[in-house]
Design a protein around this ligand. Structure first.
Ligand code: CA
Length: 245
């Protein structure tokens, strides 16, 4: 089978749109573009793409509304393209169902990495619970979700129950940003206080246990004003490389 992965770009800035279209076509993706929300939505409905790149600041429809509209009927991965000053909008976009975001200006490598992660995560969800139980492995860190065991370079890491919940949630979404609110409601429940302090305290403890240098984390990164992103695991095309054990 040689069907190209189809990506729709909804972006009104011509330069950025052309840059993304060129980069992605060169990489073998099939690209369709729309320069406003109305055309974007009808394109999404008619071709049902594998992934959507969506600018939040469109001339006609608010990007957040577009995400919510698409999420009423499809789980196609959506990566939001936003300006550096739009922290609140990014959070809102993620909490409305976007999978990830990329901040302007960005280069081809970052764009490709975000797309690979989003596509991979989308296909992982479709394959159901078996894969969710597959161990996370990245750079010497192994998380066995069935046994609730974490090892770092073969040594057991002892986490509290809450710390384990946070780490396993991030690991099951590795490579993607998780907002503070989504982590808090996943770990402490939907009625939890949305104050981030308790999360930050737990993260400081987690980093002391996991990171060689907690000030420059290697496994769990902070996305300032947004949330956390865990180093993507080395899961490739349905197989985990087993050179670790
Ligand atoms: Ca724009």
């Amino acid at each position: 089978m040689n069907t190209k992965i189809h990506i729709i770009i909804i972006e009104d800035e011509k330069n950025i749109c052309n840059f993304m279209a060129t980069t992605l076509s060169t990489q073998g993706y099939k690209i369709s573009t729309a320069s406003n929300g109305k055309n974007g939505l009808s394109l999404v409905t008619s071709v049902c793409p594998d992934l959507i790149l969506l600018d939040l600041g469109l001339p006609d429809i608010d990007g957040i509304r577009i995400i919510r509209e698409i999420r009423t009927w499809a789980s196609i991965p959506i990566i939001v393209i936003s300006a550096r000053t739009q922290e609140q909008e990014k959070v809102l976009a993620l909490d409305s169902g976007a999978d990830d975001y990329i901040t302007k200006p960005f280069g081809p490598a970052e764009l490709m990495a975000r797309i690979r992660t989003a596509l991979r995560h989308g296909s992982r969800l479709n394959t159901g619970s078996l894969l969710a139980l597959r161990a996370y492995q990245a750079d010497g860190l192994v998380i066995n979700f069935e046994k609730h065991l974490i090892t770092l370079n073969g040594e057991d890491i002892h986490l509290t129950q809450v710390e384990y919940k946070i780490v396993s949630l991030l690991a099951q979404n590795s490579g993607r940003v998780m907002t503070y609110d989504s982590i808090i409601s996943n770990v402490w429940g939907p009625y939890a206080d949305d104050n981030n302090r308790i999360l930050r305290v737990n993260m400081a403890n987690i980093r002391r246990k996991l990171e060689k240098n907690p000030a420059e984390p290697h496994y769990i990164f902070t996305e300032i004003g947004i949330g956390y992103r865990m180093l993507e695991d080395n899961f490739v095309d349905g197989k985990t490389s087993d050179h670790q054990d």
